[in-house]
Design a protein around this ligand. Structure first.
Ligand code: SF4
Length: 375
């Protein structure tokens, strides 16, 4: 328990104050690169000897961002723009912006003009992944990112370091999946807020550091007696489910989170990079080709609903909460398909609009109370 508590406290501190975490790395003489949600190629940053930090918005009052983004841009990008403009990200060497949706495409240009002191590196992922040209194209995108990163580090990334990084990231993926499985045996201590904090914290750590903390945390968790949770169990799907006030409503209603498909959380860790099949860049491109079940990836047949139904069966979840990020078009397009597929499979699904910039959760509280009664 001591190891669990000690390591949880470390991860909580990083989530509460990511800026302090960034300052720690800067004080060590390391360079930090911001990685925009959700698929910035963090491995290239790590292999270049820099620290990738996830930029997934946060709670703030919008003042400056309103001059750059329309009111209907999603809250994650509104907050990222505000933090860029108000100096919260000062000290970053660059930001990587994957142009996955219309809002992210606009962000590349807004950032270029609004925050010129932090270099912006765009990357466009191919959506026609069946074409063999998509691998060559994505490799060329990665190479362009590396050229810009080299202007910060003064040298090009080495293939050997990329291969080591890929192995490290795969090991980290495995440990995060292990945590997600073990957490369900300890739903007394792994509340929805604690589960979210532990998974989110990975965005603010150098990967080997986070891997070591997670291994200790899991071994501390394994020492605890298993807990027979009597409440309802749900899966979360969507982009993110924040802030903690929203997740606390689940605990109030005796609902545990037993799995997730959030882009912010488990979606990050479910697809490993192949260990064979070519050089590091080619294998990273193959990882993109192997991803599935995400609203940001074009896929015929929309397999996300069926995938969630299978995850419900595996985890014993009673239903699914679709955390619909406010103004997120890609998630809205997925919604009718995944709700229908879940209902056909016999799993209740509720869609809850998520706005991390919101400060009042009374409507969400009422809806979640009703959903808890239906489960
Ligand atoms: S995918 Fe959705 S949440 Fe992510 S940047 Fe685009 S609109 Fe925002």
């Amino acid at each position: 328990m001591a190891d669990f508590k000690k390591n949880l406290a470390l991860l909580e501190a990083a989530c509460k104050n990511p800026r302090a975490q960034m300052d720690k790395y800067l004080a060590q003489g390391k360079k930090v690169v911001g990685c925009f949600a959700p698929y910035a190629p963090a491995e290239l940053v790590h292999a270049s000897g820099m620290i990738p930090m996830g930029l997934w918005g946060g709670q703030t009052e919008l003042k400056l961002a309103k001059s750059y983004l329309p009111a209907f841009a999603c809250p994650i990008m509104q907050a990222n723009m505000e933090f860029g403009l108000n100096g919260t990200y000062e000290g970053m060497s660059a930001v990587l912006i994957p142009a996955m949706c219309d809002t992210l495409r606009c962000m590349t240009q807004n950032w270029r003009f609004g925050v010129p002191q932090i270099q912006m590196v765009p990357i466009v992922y191919p959506q026609n992944r069946q074409s063999s040209a998509s691998i060559d194209y994505l490799i060329s995108e990665f190479e362009q990112v590396l050229v810009v990163l080299a202007t910060s580090t003064g040298q090009m990334m080495k293939e050997r370091l990329l291969c080591e990084t890929i192995e490290l990231y795969n090991a980290h993926n495995a440990v995060m999946r292990e945590f997600a499985a073990i957490a369900n045996k300890h739903l007394d201590v792994i509340t929805p807020v604690v589960r979210h904090t532990i998974i989110k914290s990975a965005h603010f750590y150098e990967k080997s550091e986070h891997l070591a903390i997670m291994r200790e945390l899991i071994s501390g968790l394994n020492e605890l007696p298993e807990y027979d949770f009597k409440g309802k169990r749900v899966l979360l799907t969507g982009i993110t489910c924040e802030p903690d006030e929203l997740l606390s409503i689940l605990s109030e209603n005796e609902i545990a989170v037993v799995g997730d498909d959030l882009a912010h959380e488990s979606r990050q860790y479910r697809t490993d990079t192949p260990l064979t099949g070519g050089g590091g860049l080619k294998r990273l491109a193959m990882q993109w080709k192997n991803r599935s079940g995400c609203s940001l990836i074009h896929e015929l047949g929309k397999p996300r609903g069926a995938m969630l139904a299978n995850l419900c069966r595996e985890t014993g979840a009673d239903g699914v909460i679709n955390c619909l990020m406010k103004f997120c078009d890609p998630e809205e397009y997925d919604l009718p398909y995944l709700e229908q597929d879940l209902r056909d499979a016999g799993f209740p699904c509720m869609t809850l609009e998520v706005d991390p910039l919101n400060t009042s959760y009374e409507q969400a509280r009422t809806r979640l109370q009703s959903f808890a009664e239906l489960l």
